[in-house]
Design a protein around this ligand. Structure first.
Ligand code: ATP
Length: 257
């Protein structure tokens, strides 16, 4: 019986800026529909790994596969098709301030599809309603809260019905309640759309709330510390750096659900 390849497979990935090696020999797989968290302390290489996964940076060594296909060695046309299946939510939400929320969400649809203006507007309205922003289509980013801006950014990331959604520090700058709502939304969207989700974060509450699987990038050893479900890692891993990170530096298990 043929087995479906993992959605994402990373093999012997070494990441570097010139001669400065950020991480050596990363190896992991992400299954379709999984929420995968990239975690670790400040400066360990989380954003750099995200950049490799979305094609903004090439590996110094190693390979990245999507659905069994080599991403870095794909022909340009093939690579473009692969890139169109990604939805990315950058740290600041990165909305255009001079455009309404509907116009922001419509932007990738206008660029990459041949849909009519009416169809584009309908899809923008639908995507905004999926993130709880029905009725806010004609608002400008400056007229809504930080949490709402993140959700609008998410609606835009979902405009082209991506297979894989990437989030760079989604809770950065949000208060704990908005952050929790965003976590709930990420879980809901994964369940309803079946998308695979990759999240960069160092927020413990988010890690425990959303991750099926997490990788710890260890800045001290410059390679992956451990990989697995964060609850299991917190309780069972022998790796002290991972344990300390997930226990917030304390021997007692922190009160997070
Ligand atoms: N463009 C660059 N050129 C050279 N070095 C870089 C560049 N971008 C990042 N670095 C270095 O690579 C390392 C990893 O950076 P990266 O931003 O990936 O870490 P991070 O884990 O995402 O950090 P943070 O949690 O603080 O955002 C750091 O030492 C950083 O200084």
């Amino acid at each position: 019986m043929s087995q479906e390849p993992p959605k994402i497979k990373v093999e012997h990935l070494t990441m570097a800026y010139g001669s400065f090696v950020v991480m050596n020999d990363l190896n992991f797989e992400i299954k379709k529909g999984e929420i995968f968290v990239i975690m670790g302390g400040s400066g360990c290489g989380k954003s750099t790994l995200l950049k490799h996964l979305i094609g903004l940076k090439d590996p110094a060594k190693g390979e990245i596969y999507y659905d069994g296909e080599n991403f870095n060695h794909a022909e340009p046309e093939q690579k473009l098709l692969m890139l169109q299946k990604f939805g990315v939510l950058y740290q600041g939400g990165a909305l255009w301030s001079s455009m309404t929320l509907a116009e922001n969400v419509a932007l990738p649809l206008g660029e990459f599809t041949s849909l009519s203006q009416k169809e584009i507007r309908d899809i923008a309205t639908l995507k905004l309603s999926l993130v709880g922003l029905r009725g806010f289509e004609d608002f400008y980013p400056s007229e809504i809260s930080g949490g709402m801006r993140k959700r609008a950014g998410l609606a835009r990331a979902m405009a082209l019905d991506p297979d894989v959604l990437f989030f760079d520090e989604p809770s950065a700058g949000l208060d704990p309640i908005s952050s929790r709502r965003l976590d709930d939304l990420i879980l809901e969207l994964r369940d309803s759309l079946g998308a695979t989700v990759v999240v960069v974060t160092h927020e413990l509450a988010s890690i425990f709330a959303i991750a099926d699987k997490a990788i710890f990038l260890d800045a001290a050893t410059r390679t992956q510390g451990a990989i697995g479900n964060p609850h299991d890692l917190r309780d069972q891993t022998e790796n002290m750096a991972v344990r300390t990170f997930l226990r917030r530096g304390e021997e007692e298990i922190p009160e997070v659900v």
